[in-house]
Design a protein around this ligand. Sequence first.
Ligand code: NI
Length: 301
Amino acid sequence: MRTSPITQLGFLTLAIILMLGCSSTGGKYENSDNTAYLDGEGKRRGLFGGRQKKKSAPLQNPNINIRVDPRLARSLTYSRVRTEGPFIAMTFDDGPHPVHTPRLLDILKRRNIRATFFVVGTNARRYPQLIRRIIAEGHEIGNHTVNHKYLSRISIEEARAEVLGCEKAIVAACGVKPRILRPPGGHINDRVKVWLKKEFGYSTIMWAVDPEDWKRPGSDVVARRIISETDPGEIVLAHDIHGPTIAAMPRALDGLLSNGYRFVTVSQLIAIERRSVARISSNDNNLLSSSIPLNGKKRDQ
Ligand code: NI
């Protein structure tokens, strides 16, 4: 029987549909179990199970277990400490910020770095869950007043309300009482420092390195300043309320780690200064015997 042109057209159409169907289902790796597949996190894995683009792990700060004792802080004020070891303290002021602080915490966690956050009371009240996360991840929290008031420019009554209000906000959020305070704007005098120590037991924490990130010079400049200006025992100032500061941190922190620096909290740094190298137990970090050489120029100066 002769097939009509219409029947021939029908076969042709069927053949084209089958061809298209085969090429779209069997021609790629999508549905093939032994080539590529999605792992549990939904990321595509390459042939033979290897990750296609393995992101290299960042440098890691070692675990540094230093017992902190508030009584060790004998000085009224600190911007750096004397130490034989390559220890430094990163500090972040004016947060917590709902976007930038979590990003920073992720960056720190990837590098096993503990930092110190001088929080403003109003922000601590608004974001108590961030205060709890900061503490839960091993960082230290310090007092930065309720409203970022300049303590040397207000009455003693106002100053007391500012300091106590921030302390209460922190304790209400996480149950941990701060033992250090950074005066907003760095505005402080000896009279206020003595008062802070006598009435609250606070040491006043200043800084040795200021990248002036709040002037927004750009992430490159902030990272470069932090890396080039930091010396052993120093406290570094930054602010976790500025996006470019957070963007500068991976480079700044990795640069310092690769130069041999090791990160501790401010209270750990103070505790380090009070210990002589001879008294360091083996449980504490051997870093204290300066076993890690600094690659940069700083060590021999
Ligand atoms: Ni501030």
